[in-house]
Design a protein around this ligand. Sequence first.
Ligand code: FE
Length: 189
Amino acid sequence: MLILNRSTLLSGLLLAFLVSITAACVQFQNPKKKTAINSITNQPMNPYYSNTDTTKLFVLDEEWKRVLPQTMYEVSRLGQTERPFTGKYWDSDEKGTYYCAPCGNLLFRSTGKFASSCGWPSFFEQAGDSSVRYKKDHSYNMERIEVICGRCNGHLGHLFDDGPAPSHKRFCMNSVVLDFVPDKSPITK
Ligand code: FE
């Protein structure tokens, strides 16, 4: 019993020491210094999400099914499409940045978004060269170009040639696979 009490006492002292050191470090931090942030969204169940890691992901489908919300999984991994005029961003003109919701990859800036009135968030240009990739899509007896995430290969939507000048492109996306961070956010990169 005595040994246990001593052990408990030592553990308590060690804990108090660590707490005091941590508090001191926090006090001496420059409050104006920006801290690198890996993830802008709260996705504790998704270990693959990162806004800074651009390494391509090769994750098994059953793993995606485990870590993603059901509707996000159905669009991203099964290629389903959300109903028009129902998504979160189809009529939003707020300034900010759009990331891939399943993996955190940078996809679009609001400066590349336009009001297409089609019922889905639409962009005329991608944010970076590695933001998205393309695949031929012959489903539903149509010839379309599928847009997939450049990092996780997840389905995002389709690309059409009826967008505004100068690109004349329309990236027709699903809101449920987009993460939006407004410019005013203190954690915007
Ligand atoms: Fe992705």
